[in-house]
Design a protein around this ligand. Structure first.
Ligand code: NAD
Length: 715
């Protein structure tokens, strides 16, 4: 008896309806595989049934494998010998091949988004109809979480389109709407939603050929295949180099997909499918995939479903908010809130400044319209929700206020106190500070329990993360409201406790500090920057500091020194930054030079004067040494944040590191990566580095305990 795929006979055509009664979305789990096998077997043996149509009863056609299952079964899977793991993984591919060669025509009526395994089942069918539903997407996004489409996706798509045309869908996970899928020849027809099943049935009844081209004798790969074919030989070599350049060999999935495209088309389909699954099994054995699935999918979804939200607080529907400070960040926050349908008062010192902030929003919205990313009417209504002002009375009735004025405690205290006077008793008052402790800022408000940190990242409209910081007195109700607000903006929240720099700035700061410190030791600046990129960091530490501004680093350090008094200790990078910024007026990109020079009309280049001030040591350290310094210092800072209670859950740290500050996705974030390497190994690295470079590499107590007791952050 089928559980998740209903088999309905409609005259001489079978209708297979994907409809898992226990889940809101159809996914490929064991019940699905069992039902699929039963459907194929019945169709083959059922006399009088000419063929089948597959469709879905859910809004989403089929979402692919249930990644939560993958994570849940991870321990058990890792214990399996590779051959058994292969057989388990091969089940879907084997069934789709059975479907493809069942001897009767099967059409797919795709009436909702079909991603991953969802599209692979359609590719295995003999004809694909897709409903013309706005927002419907088709794609194979597996590569984005470290996997490959192992249900025949790499082999069928390349045989249908040719290797070159299939590459963007497989290597980048590019998805398509119905018309684009038709143009790309991934589907055969786009049909009105109400007619799709009927059209598919008609096709089955027309007695079509149901032997795939690649199962016929005269099949030739469109566009050629293999290293000896001059039509693709160059392409295969070049794409290999491009993937190498893009991933620095840190991501195994794109390489595995390339291998599938290189070797698979030279083999008969049945063998090619086994080859594809062999590469998938390898990916699962390599921990990178596990790291990526956990952080990019499971933990990110947990954060978006507000797993940290106190449960007994009713949900807040925001109608009006205010943002104080209409600069880079403030205007960005106003934009995303207005885009989410909330009325926004955008305040600054005078009306002209506030209007400049709004004009910046208008420009960005216009750009999005021009690039086709936003309908013009949406841009217009978003802009109409923003009211510039310089009058605190305009804050009246706001359910939430975010201050985003200069990073100056004096200015922030005045603004917070002024907003406090006007706001109602339940309103949330938030700060977007990136460094100042929230508990201290809350003291300028009479209702510290309503005060919280909402740390957005730049550019606000594009960066997905918001770091929510609980001050010592922040109430559960305020936390719940802040989470509701971030969810309304469709951003990913993490929740951390108060500390100078919270989690993300501390974590990222350790990387920048280490990179700059190496300049002072005579490590070649190019070696530092290039190694950072090879590690997978999006930008080198010297380039980052130039973007942020060396003068800002000086003023933040001075503020910290004033706050901490005798307890203050300069970071190892500070003398270098001070020398360049205070001593030489090199404040970074905005002043025309910092660690880099920015010649007009050509690319930036590292400033040659750096090695005059800090001569290059001879010999230079190995790339591997520079790499492990940059990596370990960040792991240490993350572990310290956990040890000090700044972080309560590894998931917040991992999601924050990857989505907030671009820590390499293949690691899954610092905590997944410590688990991946093993605490004992990380401890050994720390001990060695501490001997060479000093106390900052000393292993935190938590790491030593974990190494001793064989503990992990997850599981
Ligand atoms: P900015 O200099 O671009 O904008 C600050 C704005 O505040 C200016 O428009 C200024 O006129 C206004 N302002 C100053 N005093 C004011 C007052 N008394 N009343 C009203 N408005 C006033 O700065 P920014 O980069 O947008 O940073 C703002 C805050 O966000 C800072 O606390 C900063 O640390 C934090 N932050 C910045 C970034 C970033 O990448 N720039 C990232 C995260 C957080």
């Amino acid at each position: 008896m089928n559980q998740v795929i209903r088999y309905e006979l409609e005259g001489d055509v079978a209708l297979w309806v994907l409809d898992n009664p226990h889940k809101s979305t159809n996914t490929i789990d064991q019940a699905f595989l069992d039902d699929l096998e039963a459907c194929i077997t019945r169709l083959q043996s059922e006399e009088g049934t000419r063929g089948a149509v597959i469709t879905s009863a859910k809004a989403l056609f089929l979402a692919g494998a249930d990644l939560n299952d993958l994570e849940r079964n991870d321990e058990a899977m890792r214990k399996l010998p590779p051959a058994e793991m292969f057989e388990k993984m091969f089940t879907l591919s084997r069934l789709l091949r059975k479907l493809e060669t069942c001897g009767k025509p099967v059409a797919c009526a795709i009436n909702g988004t079909a991603m991953g395994g969802g599209l692979e089942i359609a590719l295995a069918c003999h004809q694909r109809f897709v409903a013309d539903i706005p927002g419907l997407q088709l794609g194979l996004p597996e590569v984005q979480i470290g996997l490959l489409p192992a249900g025949g996706g790499t082999q069928r798509l390349s045989r249908m389109l040719g290797i070159q045309a299939a590459m963007p869908y497989l290597l980048e996970g590019k998805s398509l709407d119905p018309q684009a899928a038709l143009a790309a020849r991934i589907v055969d027809a786009v049909v009105p939603q109400g007619e799709i099943v009927e059209r598919a049935k008609q096709w089955v009844r027309s007695g079509p050929d149901c032997v795939k081209p690649w199962d016929k004798k005269d099949f030739r790969m469109p566009g050629g295949a293999g290293p000896m074919d001059p039509r693709v030989a160059g392409l295969l070599v070049v794409s290999n180099s491009l993937v190498h350049e893009k991933t620095a060999d840190n991501l195994p999935a794109p390489q595995a997909i390339l291998s599938c495209l290189y070797e698979g088309p030279l083999l008969p389909m049945d063998l090619a499918l086994r080859l594809e699954c062999k590469y998938m099994t390898r990916l699962l054995i390599d921990g990178t995939t596990r790291n990526m699935v956990r952080t990019l999918f499971i933990n990110k979804s947990k954060c978006e479903k507000l797993y940290r939200r106190p449960v007994d607080v009713s949900v807040t529907q925001f109608t009006k908010i205010a943002v104080i400070g209409s600069g880079l960040m403030g205007a960005g926050i106003a934009q995303v809130a207005a885009r989410a349908g909330i009325e926004v008062v955008l305040m600054d010192v005078d009306l002209a400044a506030a209007e400049r902030g709004k004009a910046g929003v208008a420009k960005r919205l216009n750009d999005s319209v021009t690039k086709g990313r936003l309908p013009a009417d949406k841009a217009e209504s978003t802009l109409a929700r923003i009211t510039p002002s310089n009058d605190y009375a305009a804050l009246r009735g706001a359910e939430l206020v975010v201050e985003a004025v200069f990073e100056d405690r004096g200015i922030k205290s005045t603004v917070i106190a002024a907003a406090d006077e006007i706001l109602g008793p339940n309103a949330v008052l938030a700060s977007n500070t990136s460094t100042l402790p929230i508990t201290g800022l809350a003291s300028y408000s009479k209702r510290a329990k309503n005060f919280i940190g909402l740390h957005f990242f730049s550019p606000v409209d594009r960066m997905p993360l918001v770091e929510i910081i609980r001050g010592k007195k922040t109430s559960d109700v305020t936390l719940a409201r802040a989470l509701d607000f971030v969810q309304r903006l469709r951003k990913t929240p993490i929740v951390v406790n108060d500390s100078r720099g919270f989690f993300t700035s501390r974590f990222f700061g350790s990387y920048v500090n280490e990179g700059i410190a190496m300049v002072g030791e005579g490590v070649a600046p190019a070696l530092i920057e290039n190694t950072a990129r090879m590690l997978g960091m999006p930008v080198g530490p010297l380039a980052v500091q130039d973007e942020v501004g060396l003068d800002l680093a000086v003023s933040v350090t001075r503020q910290t020194k004033a706050d901490l008094g005798d307890a203050w200790q300069p970071g190892t990078s500070y003398p270098i930054v001070e020398k360049l910024s205070v001593g030489l007026g090199r404040h970074g990109r905005k002043s025309g030079g910092g660690f880099y020079d920015y010649p007009q009309g050509s690319k930036k280049r590292l400033w040659s004067g750096l090695t005059d001030i800090w001569p290059a040591s001879d010999p230079q350290p190995a790339v591997s040494e520079v790499r492990r310094r940059m990596l370990c210092i960040q792991l240490i800072e993350a572990i310290k944040c956990m040890q000090e209670g700044v972080l309560e859950y590894a998931a917040d740290g991992d999601v924050g590191a990857v989505f907030g500050v671009g820590f390499p996705a293949y690691t899954g974030g610092p905590f997944s990566y410590v688990d991946h390497l093993g605490a004992a190994r990380v401890l050994r690295e720390c001990n060695e580095l501490a001997k060479r470079y000093g106390e900052r590499f000393k292993a935190p107590r938590l790491l030593r305990e974990m190494a001793r007791e064989g503990k992990r952050f997850y599981g």
